[in-house]
Design a protein around this ligand. Structure first.
Ligand code: AMP
Length: 466
C-alpha cells in the first residue's frame, strides 16, 4: 500500500480541529486529537499515522501551555508528537531517540500533566538518569515546565560529601512530586528505608543504553523492586540493542514503540573529512580556501575564540572573509549575513548560531573546522550547502580528540565519510582510529556531552512554584 504523509495545519479559532492534507485531498477533521487516536474518526484512506502538530492539539493543561509559551516552545518535536499522546493514554512507551530530539519534554510534559490533573501530592514519578549532568539537565527542564504548577522535584546525584547526602535525605523524606536520580545514589538512599516509593505512578529510564553500558542493569532492577507493580513505564534510549529489549520485556507491559529517525544530509552534499593534528588545521584551512577561489565558503568553528582567530588568519592572507558570532549585535550580524548573501564577502566564519534555519543560496562549500557537538548540528551545518537540489561539498577537520565524536556522528547518519590524505607538506597525520581515541578519553573520565545547565547546585528540595 502506498505510504502517505500527514500534513496538518492548526485552524485558528478552532482548537482541536485539523486541516489534514492527504496528497491532493484536504479536509477538516472535527474531532479533538485524542478522539482521533482512539479511532473515533472518519476513515481516511492512506493515512497511516496521525500526529498532533501543535502543543494546543495535545490538550495539555493550561499551566503547561503557559510555561511552554514563556520558554519559547512553539510546536512539538517529532518525538514529542509521537510519545506524548500514548503516555497521556496511560500506556508504557519505549522510545528510540537521541539527545537533541526533545525527548526530555516528551516524557516530562505528559507526566506533569497527569500530576496536575490528578491533583497528585505524593511522590508520583521517579526518573533515572545515567549521569549527574543529565539528571541536572532534566531537573532544570522540569523547573521550567512546572513553573506555573504545584509540582516539585528533587534531584539526587550528590557527591561524596556527607552534608549533601543529609540534604538529599531530608528532601527525600519530605517528598516531592518527581525524584530525578542517578541509580547508585538512589539505591543508597532506598536501602536506608526512609524513601517512600509505594505510590509511584511513573518510572522513567532516560538514556537506558548508557545506563546498561555503565553497568547499572542490576541497580535498575533493585530500584524497581521498591516500586509498586502497577505503574506506567517509559524507557528512552539512543540505541535499541537486544539488551534494552530484554530489559523492556522484564519491566514493561505491552509498550508502544516509537522510533525517531535522525535526519540525514541531503544526497547532493559530497561529504569528506581530514584526520589531522590540531596544529595542522589552520594551514589546511588556508589551502582548502585557496583551492576554491570562486566558491562561497562557510566555515564553522565551535567557539567564538576560534571564529575570531580564523577570521584574523584569513584576513592576514588577504582573503575576503567576515565572521559572525554572538558578540556581534543583531544589526552587525544582519549586515555580515547580507554581505555574504550578496557575495561581497565570499568567506564566512561562524559559530553554530548560523547552522540552523538560515537559507543562503549557492554556498559551494561548508568546512567544519571543529567537529560539531552532535549529529543534528552536523546535519544542519552540512545542510547549508547543496540547498534546493544543487550540489555542494562539506569537509570536516577531525583532530585526535574528536575522532570518537565523529564516529558517533557517522553512526547516527548511517554513512561513512571518506577520510582524505592530508597534503604531504603539512607533515604526517594521525591515523583514523576512533576506538583508540575512545580508550584515551575514558581514561580521562571525560563526558562526551557537556551539561547545558552551567552547573547549578543540586540535591536540595526545590519547589517549582514562584
Ligand atoms: P533534549 O533532546 O530533551 O535534550 O532537548 C534538546 C533541546 O531542545 C533542549 O534545549 C530543549 O529545551 C529544546 N526543545 C525541546 N523541545 C522543544 C520544542 N518543542 N521547541 C523548542 N525547543 C525544544
Amino acid at each position: 500500500m502506498e505510504r502517505s504523509y500527514l500534513f496538518g495545519a492548526h485552524l485558528p479559532n478552532a482548537p482541536g480541529r485539523f486541516l489534514i492534507i492527504n496528497r491532493q485531498k484536504a479536509r477538516i477533521l472535527q474531532k479533538p486529537f485524542m478522539d482521533l487516536r482512539k479511532g473515533n474518526y472518519v476513515h481516511l484512506p492512506n493515512i497511516h499515522f496521525l500526529f498532533p502538530l501543535h502543543f494546543d492539539d495535545l490538550q495539555l493543561s493550561s499551566q503547561l501551555l503557559e510555561s511552554l509559551d514563556s520558554m519559547g516552545y512553539i510546536d512539538p518535536t517529532p518525538v514529542q508528537q509521537q510519545v506524548i499522546p500514548p503516555i497521556l493514554e496511560g500506556k508504557d512507551v519505549i522510545a528510540c531517540a537521541q539527545t537533541g530530539t526533545g525527548k526530555t519534554a516528551a516524557y516530562l510534559l505528559p507526566v506533569l500533566d497527569k500530576i496536575i490533573r490528578g491533583g497528585i501530592t505524593h511522590t508520583s514519578a521517579v526518573i533515572i538518569s545515567p549521569t549527574r549532568e543529565l539528571a541536572l539537565q532534566i531537573d532544570n527542564a522540569f523547573q521550567g515546565f512546572a513553573y506555573f504548577t504545584h509540582a516539585s522535584s528533587i534531584a539526587v546525584y550528590g557527591g561524596s560529601d556527607g552534608q549533601v547526602f543529609e540534604q538529599e535525605k531530608t528532601a527525600l523524606t519530605n517528598g516531592a512530586s518527581v525524584v530525578i536520580a542517578t541509580p547508585g545514589r538512589l539505591l543508597s538512599h532506598l536501602s536506608l528505608g526512609y524513601v517512600k516509593f509505594n505510590q509511584i505512578d511513573f518510572l522513567v529510564l532516560d538514556e537506558a543504553d548508557k545506563m546498561l553500558d555503565m553497568g547499572f542493569h542490576d541497580d535498575i532492577l533493585r530500584i524497581i523492586s521498591f516500586l509498586p507493580v502497577k505503574r506506567q513505564n517509559l524507557l528512552f534510549s539512543a540505541t535499541m540493542p537486544s539488551r534494552i529489549r530484554d530489559l523492556a520485556r522484564k519491566i514493561m507491559q505491552h509498550p508502544v514503540e516509537v522510533n525517531i529517525a535522525i535526519s540525514k544530509p541531503a544526497a547532493g552534499v559530497k561529504q569528506q573529512a581530514y584526520v589531522l593534528y590540531e596544529s595542522q588545521k589552520s594551514p589546511l584551512l588556508v589551502k582548502l580556501v585557496g583551492q576554491h577561489p570562486d566558491s562561497s565558503i562557510l566555515i564553522f568553528a565551535s567557539t567564538k575564540a576560534n571564529v575570531k582567530s580564523l577570521e584574523k588568519e584569513l584576513l592576514r592572507k588577504k582573503m575576503p572573509v567576515r565572521a559572525i558570532h554572538s558578540d556581534l549585535s543583531q544589526q552587525e550580524r544582519e549586515s555580515v549575513l547580507l554581505s555574504f548573501r550578496n557575495r561581497s564577502t565570499r568567506i564566512l566564519v561562524a559559530t553554530d548560531i548560523l547552522s540552523r534555519g538560515i537559507d543562503i543560496e549557492n554556498i559551494g562549500m561548508v568546512i567544519n573546522y571543529d567537529v560539531p557537538g552532535d549529529a543534528e548540528d552536523y546535519v544542519h551545518r552540512v545542510g547549508r550547502t547543496a540547498r534546493a537540489e544543487s550540489t555542494g561539498e562539506a569537509v570536516t577537520l577531525i583532530s585526535e580528540k574528536d575522532m570518537k565524536r565523529f564516529a558517533q556522528i557517522e553512526a547516527l547518519i548511517e554513512s561513512v565519510v571518506p577520510k582524505l590524505t592530508l597534503p604531504s607538506d603539512l607533515g604526517p597525520a594521525p591515523e583514523w582510529n576512533p576506538a583508540a581515541a575512545r580508550k584515551h578519553r575514558s581514561n580521562h573520565k571525560k563526558n562526551f556531552r557537556k551539561s547545558k545547565s552551567g552547573g547549578r547546585h543540586k540535591g536540595h528540595f526545590k519547589s517549582s512554584g514562584k
